[in-house]
Design a protein around this ligand. Structure first.
Ligand SMILES: Nc1ncnc2c1ncn2[C@@H]1O[C@H](COP(=O)(O)OP(=O)(O)OP(=O)(O)O)[C@@H](O)[C@H]1O
Ligand SMILES: [Mg+2]
Length: 247
């Protein structure tokens, strides 16, 4: 069964149409990658799936686990298992990462009518995931993303994702700003999360990320829609030829 199904989506910001007849089906366990020129609408699409209020969907549908995503609040989407790793992670002054994650996890458990984790269970989960991704205790105490370097912010986003265990992960340029070791470490962190019930949408400009996190499908997005889909060899073709032939 498909986990996420986007059908004939059109969306605009103000009067400007950005997403133009975008369709994509992602089944459970699949990893899809979207590549495309700057300004083609990749982050806009991610924001729309997550529920960013700046965008107006004018037609089309997004169905996640059989439910209509567009009628859900951003909170409901997150609690249902949609996670967006931001291209530009936001800072949340005054809230430590540990408190932020505890609040997010409790909200999710409440939504799913599950018993909340007790303090010991929470700390265990936090520390195990932090260790795997090389996140220090000091980073966990600091306010979310405040003063973090670009690469540290990406690391914290991947850590949040590993901690919250979402079913559908959108990674918007996880690789931008990462040094080579961090790219390897975070890619391994993502690969550990690959499971038959979890799917990923990777957005990237570079073939290198796709060597570390091998996608099942690659889609090329130009001017608000998918213009070609294929396997990972498509990324090599792009590396060589660029987007000229799609313009
Ligand atoms: N809130 C907004 N207000 C005005 N224009 C917007 C807004 N959000 C997106 N756009 C415009 O929509 C287009 C698509 O932007 P988007 O960020 O989705 O591109 P992208 O494919 O993610 O590009 P990049 O590869 O550079 O990250 C751009 O022309 C951008 O300026
Ligand atoms: Mg973008």
């Amino acid at each position: 069964m498909s986990l996420l199904e986007i059908k004939n989506l059109h969306a605009k910001v103000g009067e400007k149409e950005i997403i133009k007849d975008f369709s994509l089906t992602i089944n459970a366990g699949e990893v899809h990658a979207i590549m495309g020129p700057n300004g083609s609408g990749k982050s806009t699409l991610s924001n729309i799936i997550a529920g960013h209020p700046a965008y107006t969907v004018t037609s089309g549908s997004i169905i996640f686990k059989g439910k209509d995503v567009l009628s859900m609040t951003p909170d409901e989407r997150a609690n249902s298992g949609i996670f967006l790793l931001f291209q530009y992670p936001t800072e949340i002054p005054g809230v430590s990462t540990a408190v932020f994650l505890k609040t997010a996890l409790n909200a999710k458990y409440q939504f799913l009518k599950k018993e909340p984790l007790d303090a010991v269970g929470f700390m265990k989960r936090l520390n195990t995931r932090a260790k795997a991704l090389n996140v220090s205790a000091e980073m966990l105490k600091r306010p979310v993303n405040v003063g973090f370097s670009g690469g540290e912010k990406k690391k914290m986003e991947v850590f949040q994702m590993a901690f919250l265990e979402p079913d559908f992960c959108i990674l918007d340029e996880m690789d931008s700003g990462l040094d080579i070791d961090a790219l390897r470490l975070l890619s391994a962190g993502v690969n550990v999360l690959r499971e038959p019930n979890r799917s990923f949408l990777l957005i990237t400009h570079y073939q290198r990320l796709l060597e570390y996190i091998e996608p099942d499908f690659i889609h090329i997005m130009v001017d608000g829609k998918i213009v070609e889909s294929g396997d990972k060899s498509l990324a090599l073709k792009l590396e060589e030829k660029g987007y000229e032939c799609y313009k």
